[in-house]
Design a protein around this ligand. Sequence first.
Ligand SMILES: [Zn+2]
Length: 91
Amino acid sequence: MAVEREIAGIRCGEVLAELSDYLDGELAPARRTQVDAHLLGCDACERFGSRFSAALRAIRQSGSGPSGDEPGVYERLGARLHQAVKEGPGT
Ligand SMILES: [Zn+2]
């Protein structure tokens, strides 16, 4: 059921692949604008993006370590993200 749409010159798979950098503010401004525009125009990515960002925020705010920075958590999130990219957004 994966429907890969291209909105604002960027495809769903690309948006999902860049979502983590996007949320970290590590994307180049032009790329970020593109992702923003895609999220605005794409229900599936917008839904997935808000779920993903909520999860990411929750993990960071839980701050289980002194730095609140657990590489293992990001690896698991990354694995989930790749799974989601494979399955496509909005499944
Ligand atoms: Zn999309």
